[in-house]
Ligand binder design. Structure first.
Ligand code: PEP
Ligand code: MN
Length: 264
């Protein structure tokens, strides 16, 4: 990635006067849920709404996502609120369906970034797209694997790229669900200062009480934004209930983080 300077352009072109905020539920559950959250996010600092529709659960038997029908709900949320929409893609079929539904931001999940086969399949399916593509770090603390994922996309002529730091698996008993190991993301930022870097405090923390402090640490390290799991009734969420915050909490949090609020 020699001329990586233009990698930041998509973010500059958004013309935000604050770090990028992507917010929305871990999973799309029903059309009503997606629309309710979208409308509650409309007057927040969020520019993009996230929702997973294909959910790669670590073990089978849990809710695995609503599938392609969720794209219709996201599209409606976009039409009704003007928010951009984002979802996770993990294979060529997902990419084809997401592009057809005009999803604005596609992200590659931590369990996909570990596999060069999967990343290459996604890169080939996305070849030349001007959609924004964000690469989560792999579940294991391996900077080369993370960068390799970005490079596979870059080599497929996908130039609107960014990365998401969501922490790393550990067998140790620590307060985080996924160990942040901040130095890995700092090393990535040092190598590619023009690659937008977002924090995912929800999957790092695994606990909504940790979300604020993780965002604060990331902003102190000059991160470009955050992707925060946000649900109107977090305790009733079908996945990742403990770590989701409400849209109201998000609005207060961006004020407390001194990110300008649209209403403020
Ligand atoms: C998610 O964003 O809901 C998700 C499954 O994330 P990760 O790939 O970071 O585990
Ligand atoms: Mn989640």
């Amino acid at each position: 990635m020699k001329n990586e300077k233009h990698l930041r352009n998509w973010l500059t072109e958004m013309n935000l006067d604050h770090p990028l905020v992507i917010a929305g539920p871990c999973s799309a559950e029903t059309e009503e849920q997606v629309l309710e959250i979208a409308h509650q996010l409309k007057d927040s600092d969020a520019t993009v709404m996230r929702a997973g529709i294909w959910k790669p659960r670590t073990r089978p038997g849990n809710f695995e996502g609503v599938g392609a029908i969720g794209l219709k709900w996201l599209k409606r949320a976009k039409e009704e609120t003007g928010l951009m929409i984002a979802t996770e893609v993990a294979n060529k079929t997902h990419v084809d369906l997401a592009l057809e539904a005009d999803v604005d931001v596609l992200w590659i999940g931590a369990r996909s970034t570990v596999s060069p086969f999967i990343v290459q399949e996604i890169a080939d399916a996305l070849k030349g797209t001007n959609k924004i593509v964000l690469v989560k770090n792999p579940v294991n603390p391996d900077l080369a694997l993370w960068l390799g994922g970005v490079e596979r996309l870059y080599n497929a002529n996908i130039k609107n790229l960014g990365v998401i730091h969501r922490g790393f698996s550990t067998y140790e008993k620590i307060k985080y669900r996924n160990n942040p190991e901040w130095q890995i993301a700092i090393d990535l930022q040092n190598q590619f200062p023009d690659l937008p870097l977002l924090v995912d405090p929800s999957h790092i923390g695994g606990d909504r009480n940790l979300v604020f402090d993780i965002c604060q640490t990331a902003l102190n390290l000059n991160y470009d934004g955050m992707i925060v799991e946000t649900h109107h009734t977090p305790d009733k969420a079908w996945s990742d209930a403990a770590q989701q915050i409400t849209p109201d909490f998000l609005k207060q949090m961006t004020i407390d983080l001194r990110i300008r609020n649209k209403e403020g």
